[in-house]
Design a protein around this ligand. Structure first.
Ligand code: HEC
Length: 491
């Protein structure tokens, strides 16, 4: 019996179940996107907003939207009905200040709290305030000021996110002061970690301080992966926009270091301060903004990626992560110049994705805003197939991965990140005489494979040389470098 017939019989037997069915949500459709296998549709969930800076879903089926001017709305995801929940009157909005970061409590049913950060200006004094509001029926009430830090005319950040540890993280800007990011006494240019009531957790790196990590300029994105890794996106100065993987107590180098540790003074500072390199940097800059980890299986091509909206780049970047989440292996660009500046991204309860445009902000681009801007866009799977869909492209300069990144990508699933392998199954590479020995048999084994060891002949000479040098010079191995010409010779 076909499925439709079954459904019809079910309907007839329980008439009420057919009539009570909710009307199907019908939204204005803008585009169809083709990935390798999946097809996606882009629809307008909501329009006519003004710079929706932050999007958050709660556990009750709502999308929360914070607009930079000071308005907070809640959209029912099954009906698209929108309600204004709060208008904050003392927001100081100019260029990049205003109502910025927002987070909803992860256990929203029992703790109906919404956290908001915004800029205020009293006389000539600018500050950045973090409030906790409570949901009461159809509005946000009872604001409690959790923290107030120095603000500035620019570089106020900011993003908020809850970690899997139940703590609240706040990515603050350096307010354009070059001394703050490295000064541990200052709360600017930091990632702060606090209890949901604003108090200092006893297990912070310095138990008397909210500082979780330092050395930041102006972060615009903050997200946790399913395994609890914390990523940020950050605006560089004229060069070197960044995505960072944050560790407790880490120093990310600003303002002495910009992006990768590639200049001599940067290397000196990095050596003295154990600073951490970004996992991706961009020059020319793209102005990265909201970032969201995508761990869902719904859109399989995007499982285990970071979704990154960009302002200057006017695109969504899809950053494929390695299995352990510590490196970015690939990058794709979608919607370039199509919807304009994109401010934030978040993942919905069914694995769908929401994006906000930012075409009414301080830096409007030629050709924008489009009618109906600013919009909240919904991206979800579709059965529709069209002859000329939108497609992703690759960045002009392909990612060049180093030996460690290539090893993690191709070898670590069997030989493990630390080279120890798996007893009786995958040999250890640490201390292996084959790894440390003659060049020829090693190159041939890796390129041609052996028994359960796959052949890696598809690697370029450079890639193979990088990986082989990496395994010969790590985990206590101290053998000579292998060069591209050597790989070429022994293929
Ligand atoms: C699917 C699992 C798997 C992957 C992925 C894999 N290997 Fe292996 N590797 C093996 C197995 C199994 C052996 C043992 C082969 C044999 O001798 O039967 C092996 C053996 C080796 C050896 C020989 C070690 C010794 O002391 O005998 C080297 C070197 C090596 N692999 C390097 C690599 C490198 C480099 C990569 C990534 C480019 C890689 N392997 C990826 C499974 C894997």
């Amino acid at each position: 019996m076909t499925r439709t017939l079954l459904a019809l019989l079910f309907c007839l037997a329980f008439l009420s179940s057919c009539t009570k069915e909710q009307p199907k949500l019908s939204l204005q459709q803008l585009d169809i996107v083709r990935l390798q296998q999946s097809w996606l549709k882009v629809e307008v969930l909501s329009d006519s907003m003004i710079v929706p800076w932050d999007l958050e879903t709660d556990s009750q089926g709502f999308l929360w939207v914070a607009e930079q001017e000071g308005k907070v709305s809640r959209i029912n995801l099954s009906t698209a009905e929108k309600k204004v929940m709060l208008v904050i009157s003392d927001v100081w909005q100019q260029r990049t200040s205003g109502l910025l970061g927002m987070a909803v409590h992860p256990d929203f049913a029992n703790n109906p709290f919404v956290y908001l950060n915004y800029t205020v200006k009293k006389d000539s004094l600018i500050s950045s305030r973090l409030f906790r509001y409570k949901l009461d029926k159809d509005s946000l009430t009872d604001p409690i000021l959790l923290l107030e830090i120095e603000g500035g005319t620019s570089h106020n950040g900011s993003r908020l996110a809850f970690g899997p540890d139940g703590k609240l993280y706040w990515a603050t800007g350096d307010t354009h002061d070059f001394t703050y990011a490295q000064n541990s006494e200052k709360l600017n240019g930091k990632i702060l970690r606090m209890n949901p009531d604003g108090s200092i957790p006893s297990d912070n790196p310095d138990p008397g301080s909210l500082v979780w990590a330092k050395g930041f300029r102006n972060m615009q994105g903050l997200t946790f992966s399913d395994s609890g890794l914390l990523y940020t996106s950050e605006h560089g100065d004229a060069i070197e926009d960044e995505v960072n993987l944050i560790i407790a107590g880490g120093n990310y180098g600003w303002p002495i270091i910009e992006g990768m540790h590639d200049l001599d003074p940067e290397k000196v500072f990095a050596g003295e301060n154990q600073t951490i390199e970004p996992i991706r940097s961009w020059t020319p800059v793209i102005a990265p903004a909201g970032i969201a980890f995508y761990g869902e299986k719904t859109i399989p091509e995007w499982t285990n990626t970071l979704l990154l909206t960009t302002l200057k780049g006017k695109s969504l970047r899809i950053l494929q992560l390695s299995q352990d989440g510590k490196t970015i292996l690939d990058e794709e660009i979608l919607f370039e110049n199509h919807y304009g500046r994109l401010r934030d991204v978040t993942v919905g309860p069914k694995g769908e994705i929401y994006l906000s445009t930012s075409n009414k902000d301080w830096n409007p681009q030629p050709g924008f805003p489009l009618p109906g801007d600013d919009k909240i866009l919904k991206i979800s799977l579709t059965d529709q197939v069209v002859p000329s869909p939108l497609e992703a492209s690759k960045p002009a300069e392909p990612l060049i991965l180093n030996g460690e990144q290539l090893y993690l990508n191709y070898c670590a699933s069997c030989h493990k990140a630390n080279g120890t392998g798996l007893s009786e199954v995958f040999p250890t590479l640490a201390g292996s005489t084959l790894v440390k020995g003659n060049v020829k048999p090693l190159i041939q084994l890796v390129l041609k494979g052996k028994n359960q060891m796959p052949a890696f002949g598809f690697l370029s000479n450079r890639e193979a040389a990088e990986i082989l040098t990496y395994i010969r010079q790590n985990w206590g191995n101290k053998a000579s470098e292998i060069t591209s010409p050597q790989v070429e010779e022994n293929r």
